[in-house]
Design a protein around this ligand. Structure first.
Ligand code: HEC
Length: 395
């Protein structure tokens, strides 16, 4: 009997020793899978978690950030949908990082380390076949910059299937977004001329309300950007690459299509010249599926969209669209501004049934994440898509 008890105690001790976690064996694999996409040089996170030396000083902060689920950033409510790019840590992973930090964050044996991830060169996530230099943009140290559009000549001399695109930001700390729009070439186009909306503002920077249907005057080159063009991709902190290859899909860009960059810079105290880049992969063979990107929006005129002063929980009008063709839905990207709190995406199928496919109840303005469905969702023709505030759930 006695001997048995001692043996048992011995076994327990062995288990406890096996649970002391090391960087090389236990922590690095988690960082490679869930953190290094942002935490490496030239990405949006301020520090690199590629190796022990640069990670070690952050051990305690990592524990706090993962235990509170501040990191990795993810805002889709659990229970609604499954997403391919969900980096949420499992309870076991959180436990590993926490215990490792608590036990002095040991490095462990180098031979236990997984081989490094082959992250693409010079910050590119795709390996572009074609790189376009975006126009240089002087960002002053201070002030408010209106969204500015700049058109550049087409890099596509013939009809081209693109299979991925990525914006490589030069000064990510100054970029709130860069939109990429394709515009059919017209002879009167003025290249490289900045253009922005003349928005009347008071001295605090607040815009005077527009009347219903009223458009802001444009300044700069004076060409109108609206019309037949659609937004094709946008860089926002956290999302820079769009890869259609995983679906066997591509976007067809007609020969001669000009590219419009819609830039939104936010001065941060230090003046800089931003010179970002746009990269594409292309294919000669027509892909099986065509990838289309659409933006739908709530009405934004001052009559329909006016948050009353001091109202912390105002319900905006919904954004709605109807699919006129059968398709598969793969990606969603809720976008709101500073006051945005929550949003959900609902489908109303032709037979009247409803499905919520994304619910973001704590929207973070600083995190413009995209949500990629784990499995493409078949959408019958005639299905309605509604982007709405979550408060309407109560009805
Ligand atoms: C989508 C990009 C992204 C991913 C993925 C990501 N981080 Fe971060 N992380 C950031 C950015 C940007 C910051 C700095 C801004 C901030 O603190 O919000 C940051 C800050 C941090 C901080 C400092 C927090 C603080 O309070 O000062 C820690 C620690 C951290 N990340 C740990 C992690 C860990 C661990 C993972 C993976 C489990 C991870 N991050 C995944 C982008 C990311």
């Amino acid at each position: 009997m006695n001997r048995f008890a001692i043996l048992l105690a011995f076994t327990l001790t062995t288990v406890a020793t096996a649970q002391s976690f090391t960087f090389n064996r236990d922590v690095l694999p988690i960082l490679q899978k869930n953190c290094q996409s942002c935490h490496r040089p030239n990405q949006i996170a301020p520090m690199s978690f590629l190796d022990y030396k640069s990670t070690r000083p952050w051990a305690k902060a990592m524990k706090t950030a993962v235990a509170s689920r501040k990191m990795p950033p993810w805002f889709a409510d659990p229970g609604v949908g499954h997403f391919r790019n969900d980096r949420t840590l499992s309870a076991e992973d959180i436990d590993v990082i926490s215990k490792w930090a608590d036990s002095g964050a040991p490095e462990g044996d180098a031979k236990d380390a997984p081989s490094p991830v082959a992250w693409p060169d010079k910050g590119w996530q795709i390996k572009p076949d074609l790189i376009v230099d975006m126009p240089e943009f002087k960002v002053p140290a201070k002030g408010l910059l209106e969204w500015t559009d700049i058109t550049i000549p087409s890099p596509f001399k013939e009809d081209t299937w693109i299979t991925s695109m990525e914006i490589l930001p030069d000064h990510p700390e100054l970029i709130h977004h860069i939109g990429v729009l394709f515009r059919p070439h017209t002879p009167d186009v003025q290249y490289f001329k900045p253009e922005w909306a003349m928005i009347p503002r008071d001295e605090s920077g607040s815009a005077y309300p527009k009347k219903k249907g009223e458009r802001a005057q444009t300044a700069g080159s004076g060409q109108q950007r609206v019309g037949t063009i659609t937004i094709e991709a946008s860089y926002v902190p956290g999302i820079s690459a769009f890869d259609y290859r995983i679906y066997g899909a591509g976007k067809l860009v007609p020969a001669g299509t000009d590219i419009v960059f819609s830039m939104h810079y936010t001065p941060n105290g230090t003046a800089a010249i931003d010179h970002s880049k746009l990269g594409f992969t292309i294919t000669k063979k027509e892909p099986a599926l065509r990838y289309m990107t659409f933006a739908i929006s709530s009405p934004s005129d001052a009559e329909s969209f006016a948050i009353p002063p001091n109202q912390p929980n105002w319900e905006s009008p919904t954004a709605e669209a109807t699919f006129t063709e059968e398709c598969e839905l793969v990606w969603m990207q809720p976008h709101m501004h500073l006051r945005g709190k929550d949003m959900s995406y609902d489908l109303i199928f032709p037979d009247g049934s409803k499905q919520t496919i994304l619910s973001v109840s704590h929207y973070g303005f600083n995190w413009q994440l995209g949500y990629e469905l784990a499995k493409p969702l078949k959408i019958p023709k005639g299905t309605k898509l509604i982007g709405r505030p979550l408060r309407q759930f109560a009805e």
